[in-house]
Design a protein. Structure first.
Length: 172
């Protein structure tokens, strides 16, 4: 696995300095662009192409907050394979009410009920973010412990679950 934080010379964190990321991305784009290596030997051209690809993929990941968090959790070995991560039981209890309300909407699409569900989902999201806001803002890779990484993992999984709910019910 490529560590994009190292590639862009950024400290590992669930949030990145977007200006520093963009500056390094553009510098790398110029440095590794295949057009600047057309007269070089095959190995140099191949390396430039590979570095250019890594640059583009890394920028795509680190410029997106959710992908950045997933990348950090992957690097730290906290996030298991897709489908193997367990949702916190407390979250499943909280979300049960939302799921029941969504099932009711399948039988009776009430705009008022849909608005209440949307509000419930937004409140849940805000609450999840508040639970880890300190970690997101003040993350220090050198001092972060397993418990804090678990909190970030739970936050990531909860966000993904709510995103799937929203995608399944686009009006929520």
């Amino acid at each position: 696995m490529i560590n994009y934080f190292n590639f862009f010379n950024l400290p590992p964190s669930p949030t990145v300095d977007k200006a520093a990321l963009k500056k390094t991305f553009y510098a790398n784009s110029k440095k590794f662009h295949p057009d600047f290596h057309t007269l070089a030997d095959d190995a140099t051209r191949d390396d430039a192409l590979e570095q250019s690809t890594i640059n583009n993929q890394g920028y795509k990941i680190l410029s997106d907050e959710d992908r950045t968090l997933k990348h950090l959790l992957d690097i730290k070995g906290v996030l298991g394979e897709e489908g193997s991560n367990k949702m916190p039981q407390s979250f499943l209890m909280e979300i049960m009410e939302v799921n029941e309300a969504l099932m009711e909407l399948e039988f009776d699409d009430d705009p008022g009920a849909r608005a209440r569900i949307d509000s419930m989902v937004n409140e849940l999201e805000a609450g999840f973010r508040a639970e880890v806001g300190d970690l997101l803002e003040n993350y220090d890779d050198a001092t972060t412990n397993e418990g804090e990484l678990q909190r970030l993992k739970d936050y990531y999984l909860k966000k993904r679950y709510l995103l799937r709910l929203k995608n399944r019910n686009p009006e929520v």
